[in-house]
Design a protein around this ligand. Structure first.
Ligand code: M6R
Length: 612
């Protein structure tokens, strides 16, 4: 989704803004722009449809924009098509204000109507432009711009992260936030706003997260923050402890490939500190045994791949805990009168910690009395901050839109939480607990063996990259894993694919299987291997070409049945998807590569989905 960076200091702003925007590219966007102010030239704005490189090209052909205070923006279109005019920054009719905005102003039509009646002329089709025009409308020369900002915020409905420049204040930048991420960066004689830390980490590691309703005034000398009633707020500062190189490609062709390869290390970070003497230990949790005993039901709420983690988690959690677990799409949850109460544990899973649907579901669940435990990657993100308890995945920054290492670490963490809770309640004991925890420690090494042999996925991609449609089938954990395999393939390669519970095939879908149809049959779940075999036989009988994903112990059997096999090491069935997902990621990656797709930034997609 949209990315914002703002800077005020003594160096030329444009190179800093462009560098910041480059680090926000991964969020997904279709146009980019910058605005800077100088005492001599006032507000200067340049924006362009397309990639950041198009904006750079445009800027290279112009006299340099002067100014040491400015804002930059990458836009992911919601209201109005992606074009130069609809790109941000938006400037007011009288040229006194420029703004960048992330989020959606829900009552923009009403505000626009109000301003049109007062003679204001609009240039764009966006909801965001109303903010610039309304600010200008409330501005009175020489007065404190904050007066106008607060008047405008009072009128806005919806979600916003805003960066605001005023033509007559060349060393000032104003920021405001409600339901869209925005952080403040504290530098030496320079200060920043950004949608996330990757944009500014090259210049400062000291950040503070803006809360809903807050407004910040930045100058090179400092940052003043106020709450919604304009009372001063003392912000807690945090230090970003990951390295800049973690957010760079480091010699890999794509972030996605780098992040796939980082999975063993990421799993080590997630698992090792929480595994002591064969026991899962979560020192970071404040959940008491009494509270754990009070839960009658667990809800898992998430979107996309994080939701798929929840689908897998349901099987393990119900098995370990003997408690009902409901997995809900966050976008549906809040509108479905969920049966959450004080005896509900609500697990919210999110890589970014900023997904608006998940955030809204969290708030709904909290209002109903549920206890919120979140599993989040981005430290200090909104979902993490609003939860009662957080388990961080410690996967490091994930830049590719298609999630890989975040998915893997979420999955292992959810399984570990199930084990931990079961132990605390006296429901997990004996051999199974010991078997799973022993295998947990071995996962990174086993993953390394999967990653050591990428040739097979490259070869399979060369055979199948030009297919129009792919089916994924599996049972139980393999079914939930297939959902992720199918999403990975479609989001980066644009091949239509569907994932089915293999037993459902004969209830309709099998009519689509014809000679040559590609079926990826997941057969890693030991207890149901015989059933998986029957389903492979069924689709083969109708002419399907089958690529089977299976374990070392089933290799021989599968080689006789399927056209090709992808093989992973055996582990405990509850952890098998942790290994199984990697071949599916690589299969999707190499297919997208063969098709010449923009792998890290697939069309129409955004990394952090901050609109509903
Ligand atoms: O940041 P989140 O985990 O909340 O994001 C949820 C989904 O948008 C995300 O998993 C999406 O489906 C991925 N692009 C899939 O690779």
């Amino acid at each position: 989704m949209c990315g914002i960076i703002g800077f005020t200091g003594s160096s030329p702003a444009v190179p800093i803004l462009l560098d910041g925007l480059e680090h926000l590219e991964y969020r997904g966007y279709d146009s980019a722009g910058v605005a800077v102010i100088s005492p001599e030239k006032g507000l200067q704005i340049q924006k362009r449809k397309g990639r950041l490189s198009a904006l750079r090209e445009k800027l290279d052909g112009l006299p340099p924009l002067e100014g040491t205070t400015g804002v930059g923006h990458t836009r992911w279109a919601t209201h109005g098509e992606p074009n130069d005019v609809n790109s941000h920054p938006h400037v007011s009719q009288n040229g006194r204000v420029a703004i960048v905005h992330n989020g959606i102003i829900e009552n923009y039509a009403e505000i626009k109507e109000f301003l049109l009646h007062r003679g204001v002329r609009f240039r764009s089709d966006t909801d965001s432009e109303v903010v610039a025009q309304l600010l200008d409308y409330y501005f009175t020369d020489g007065s404190d711009p904050l007066d106008a900002v607060y008047r405008v915020l009072e009128k806005l409905e919806g979600a916003y992260a805003l960066g605001i420049l005023c033509a007559d204040r060349p060393d000032m930048l104003i920021a405001a936030r409600k339901d869209a991420p925005l952080l403040l960066g504290y530098g030496q004689g320079e200060n920043f706003i950004a949608s996330d830390a990757t944009a500014i980490i090259a210049r400062t590691r000291t950040v503070a997260y803006m809360e809903d309703g807050e407004v910040a005034v930045l100058t090179p000398r400092g940052i003043d923050v106020y709450d919604e009633y304009r009372r001063p707020v003392e912000k807690q500062r945090h230090t970003i402890d990951w390295d800049v190189s973690a957010a760079e490609k480091g010699g890999y062709a794509h972030f996605m490939f780098k992040e796939i390869m980082e999975q063993p290390e990421a799993l080590r970070h997630t698992v090792s500190p929480r595994l002591r003497d064969g026991e899962v230990a979560f020192d970071e949790l404040s959940l008491t045994e009494e509270k754990l005993r009070s839960f009658r039901r667990i809800f898992i709420v998430a979107c996309g791949s994080s939701y798929h983690v929840g689908m897998l988690g349901k099987y393990s959690l119900e098995r370990f805990l003997r408690l009902p677990v409901e997995v809900c799409l966050a976008s549906e949850f809040r509108y479905s009168s969920p049966l959450v109460d004080e005896r509900s544990l609500v697990i919210v899973i999110s890589q970014s910690g900023e997904t608006l649907d998940s955030m809204a579901a969290l708030r709904e669940a909290k209002a109903l009395g549920g206890y919120i435990l979140s599993i989040v990657n981005v430290v200090g993100s909104s979902i993490a901050r609003e939860s009662d308890d957080v388990l961080y995945t410690w996967a490091g920054p994930e830049i590719a839109v298609a999630t890989t290492k975040a998915y893997s670490t979420q999955l292992v963490l959810l399984t570990m939480f199930g084990l931990w809770m079961a132990r605390a309640l006296g429901r997990a004991g004996g051999p199974e607990y010991a078997a799973v925890t022993a295998e947990l420690g071995l996962l990174p090494e086993k993953l390394e063996t999967v990653l050591a042999g990428t040739d097979v996925y490259q070869y399979l991609a060369s055979l199948y990259f030009n297919r129009d449609c792919v089916f994924f089938i599996g049972r139980n954990l393999d079914y939930a894993l297939g959902l992720e395999g199918s999403l990975k393939l479609k989001e980066i390669s644009y091949i239509h694919s569907e994932s089915y519970a293999a037993g459902e095939l004969k209830h309709g879908t099998i009519s689509l299987i014809e000679p040559g149809t590609l079926v990826v049959a997941l057969a890693t779940y030991g207890p149901l291997i015989d059933k998986a075999v029957s389903n492979i036989v069924e689709v083969k009988a109708r002419g399907a070409e089958v690529v089977a994903l299976t374990t070392e112990s089933q290799r021989e059997r599968m080689e006789k049945l399927a056209d090709h096999v992808m093989v992973i090491p055996d582990t405990h069935p509850a952890l098998q998807p942790n290994l199984g997902v990697v071949p599916l990621q690589l299969f999707a990656y190499y297919i997208a590569l063969q098709r010449g797709c923009d792998i890290d930034k697939p069309k129409n997609l955004a990394k952090s989905v901050t609109v509903e």
